[in-house]
Design a protein around this ligand. Structure first.
Ligand SMILES: [Zn+2]
Length: 500
C-alpha cells in the first residue's frame, strides 16, 4: 500500500467519523428539540369540570318547544314536489307562538319559499354582525313503524325528546331562539347585530333557503364577522386517546363532485367480444383510480387540530403532534391507514355506481361509473377533474361532472385566531365545561357554502354531547336528544349571544 493511498484512506475515515459524529449530534439535537416541544405543550385545564348545580334550570322548558317543532313533518325534496307545504307553513306560524318575545323585538322576514331571517340589532353598530344558522327541513323516515316513538311524535319520554330534527337540526334553531327569548326576558341584548338564518331545504342543497337568505344579506351589504352552523358534535369517547370530550368545530369543509366516467363500445352479441369491452375499460379505469390515491397533505385545518389537541393526549401522541416538522410522514401513514382519518388527509374518490349493458348476453355500447369525490381544502374542482382524466384516459375512458349543479368547491379554511372562535370557546366553557374545542375538517356538506362570500370565518358545530352510538340517530332510526343535553345546548347559545 502506498503512503498516499494510506493518507487518502485515513482522510476518508476521518471524514466519515466526523460526519457520523455530526449525524449523531444532529439526531440528539432533533430528539432534544422534539422532546422540548412536546414537554412545553401548553398546560391543559383540569378535566372533569362540571356545570354549577341548577344551571340547567335556566333553560328548562326548551324541550316542549323542540317537541312542538318536531311534530311538523317538514321533509324536503329536491324538486319541491311531494313536500308537505302545510307542514312548512304551520311550522313557520308555530314559531310566532313559541317565541313571542323574539317576534315582538326582532325583525322577522320570510325570504322566498324556504328562508327565515331574524335580525337582532346590536348596540354597537361598529362591530361586524354574527350569523347563527340552522335548517328546519328534515330527511324522511321510511321505517316509521319501527321507531320506538314515531318520527314526528315529538314525544318527551324516558328523558328524551324523540323524532326527526331532534339531532339534525331543528334542535339548533329551537335552542338559539329559546336563548334569545330568555335573554330578552332578562332585558339583555348582544353588542353586535345577530342574524338568525334558517333554511328549509338544506338536506337537498339549500338553493331555495340559505342561498336566498345569503343573497339578501349580500344585497343589504352585510359582511359578517363569523357564522355558526351545524357541524361536528361534542364528541364523547370518539377519540380514544384524548382525555376529555372534544367539541369538533369544523373550520373547513371539503368540496364535492360526482365524476361520471364513460367508455363507449360497439355493443353487439356477447358471443364474439372484442379484446377490451366498454365494461372492461371502465373496470380498468376504476381500478386505476383506486390504485392512485390523491396525495396526502397535512392542511392548516389538520395541523391546527393536532396542535390544539396535543395538551389533552398522552406523551407519545404529544411527541408526534407537536413535532410535525419531523413526524409528518409518520402521522400521514398512521392517518392514511383508516378511512375516517384518511379522509382528513386527501381528496377521496369513491366508486359508487357502475353500469354496463342491461342484458346478460349483450355487450354494452356505453359503460359508466360514478366516482363520488370529496375535495380537500386548498385544491380545486378543475384540478381534481384533470387528475382523474389523466388517470382514466389511457383506457379510452372520459371523465366529466355528473351533476354540474351539485358541484361544490372546497370551502376556505377559517382562522382559529378570531373573535368568533374565542366566543364559541367561551360559550362552551359555560355550557359543556368538561369539553374542549378543537378545529376540525368537516366532510359532510352544510348550508355554509352559500355564505362563503359574506363572512370572515365560518364555524360548524352542533353543540350536543354525543357518542358514536348517539349519532346513529342522525338520518337514522330513533333520532332523539336527552333533555339535559338539549338544555345545555340552549345554555350554549345563551352564553354565546350574551357575549357577542
Ligand atoms: Zn342537517
Amino acid at each position: 500500500m502506498k503512503a498516499g493511498t494510506y493518507c487518502t484512506n485515513m482522510l476518508a475515515i476521518n471524514i466519515m467519523i466526523a460526519i457520523g459524529c455530526l449525524a449523531l449530534a444532529g439526531a440528539a439535537l432533533v430528539v432534544v428539540v422534539a422532546l422540548a416541544r412536546a414537554m412545553t405543550t401548553p398546560a391543559a385545564a383540569k378535566a372533569g369540570a362540571r356545570l354549577p348545580a341548577g344551571s340547567l334550570d335556566e333553560t328548562a322548558g326548551v324541550e316542549e318547544k323542540l317537541a312542538a317543532c318536531v311534530r311538523r313533518p317538514t321533509v324536503s325534496s329536491f324538486d319541491g314536489l311531494g313536500e308537505n307545504a302545510a307542514a312548512f307553513a304551520d311550522f313557520k306560524e308555530d314559531l310566532r307562538l313559541l317565541f313571542p318575545l323574539v317576534h315582538a323585538n326582532l325583525e322577522r322576514r320570510d325570504i322566498g319559499e324556504h328562508g327565515l331571517l331574524f335580525t337582532w340589532k346590536g348596540a354597537d353598530a361598529k362591530l361586524k354582525p354574527a350569523i347563527l344558522c340552522a335548517h328546519f327541513d328534515v330527511v324522511p323516515a321510511e321505517d316509521a313503524v319501527q321507531w320506538r316513538h314515531g318520527p314526528f311524535s315529538g314525544d318527551i319520554a324516558e328523558g328524551f325528546v324523540w323524532g326527526r330534527g331532534t339531532q339534525d337540526i331543528k334542535v339548533m334553531l329551537v335552542t338559539a331562539l329559546y336563548a334569545a327569548e330568555l335573554l330578552l326576558k332578562e332585558g339583555k341584548s348582544p353588542r353586535r347585530t345577530v342574524y338568525f338564518a334558517f333554511g328549509g331545504d338544506e338536506e337537498v342543497g339549500g338553493n331555495r333557503g340559505a342561498a336566498k337568505i345569503s343573497a339578501e344579506l349580500a344585497r343589504m351589504g352585510v359582511k359578517a364577522s363569523f357564522l355558526l352552523d351545524e357541524g361536528g358534535p361534542i364528541a364523547d369517547g370518539m377519540l380514544s386517546f384524548a382525555d376529555r370530550p372534544l367539541a369538533l368545530v369544523g373550520i373547513a369543509e371539503k368540496g364535492y363532485i360526482d365524476v361520471l366516467l364513460e367508455a363507449e363500445g360497439k355493443g353487439g352479441h356477447a358471443s364474439m367480444p372484442p379484446r377490451i369491452s366498454a365494461a372492461g375499460a371502465i373496470a380498468r379505469a376504476v381500478a386505476a383510480i383506486e390504485a392512485k390515491p390523491f396525495p396526502a397533505r397535512l392542511s392548516f385545518t389538520v395541523r391546527s387540530f393536532l396542535d390544539r389537541l396535543s395538551p389533552y393526549v398522552g406523551m407519545p401522541y404529544r411527541l408526534l403532534f407537536r413535532n410535525l416538522w419531523l413526524t409528518a410522514p409518520i402521522v400521514k401513514a398512521a392517518f392514511g391507514a383508516a378511512p375516517t382519518t384518511n379522509a382528513m388527509l386527501r381528496t377521496t374518490a369513491a366508486p359508487t355506481m357502475l353500469s354496463g349493458s342491461s342484458k346478460e348476453n349483450v355487450l354494452a355500447d356505453l359503460a359508466t361509473a360514478n366516482i363520488n369525490m370529496r375535495i380537500l381544502p386548498g385544491e380545486t374542482v378543475s384540478g381534481t377533474l384533470e387528475r382523474v382524466t389523466r388517470i382514466v384516459s389511457p383506457f379510452g375512458v372520459t371523465a366529466r361532472p355528473h351533476h354540474p349543479k351539485e358541484v361544490v368547491e372546497p370551502l376556505p379554511e377559517s382562522p382559529v385566531d378570531h373573535d368568533g372562535w374565542r366566543a364559541i370557546e367561551a360559550a362552551l366553557r359555560g355550557s359543556f365545561p368538561e369539553a374542549v374545542a378543537v378545529p376540525f375538517l368537516f366532510s359532510a356538506g352544510t348550508d355554509t357554502k352559500h355564505y362563503r362570500t359574506i363572512t370572515e370565518a365560518m364555524y360548524r358545530l352542533t353543540p350536543l354531547l354525543q357518542t358514536s352510538k348517539d349519532l346513529e340517530g342522525v338520518h337514522g332510526r330513533d333520532e332523539r336528544v336527552a333533555v339535559d343535553n338539549l338544555r345545555r345546548c340552549a345554555l350554549f347559545y345563551k352564553r354565546l349571544i350574551a357575549s357577542i
